[in-house]
Design a binder for this molecule. Sequence first.
Ligand code: FES
Length: 106
Amino acid sequence: MEISIGSLDSLPVGEGRTFAIDGDMVAVFRTRAGMVHAVSAVCPHAGGPIADGLADNEVVICPLHQHVFELATGCSRSGQPPLRVYGARVTDTGEVLLSTRVPVDA
Ligand code: FES
């Protein structure tokens, strides 16, 4: 099942926003490269707020202890367990849809 979180234009470029999807807190990032990524909003290290982290086109850095996670795969580049990855896509009309399935290209 996919859930709309509104228009792509409502997501700031380069910053994260948190949404509740199926009871999970999901951090959504719109990158400067034009991609939308959705990962768990709760850091697996010690519960830090991933949506408040610094993000570029590839990674987000948790603001609490600076562990680094890949936005596309959720994998940590600093030895932590991975973030869960959620499906995210933009429709022809510019609506952003999230789902709990993992994207096939992740
Ligand atoms: S809680 Fe995220 S790095 Fe420690």
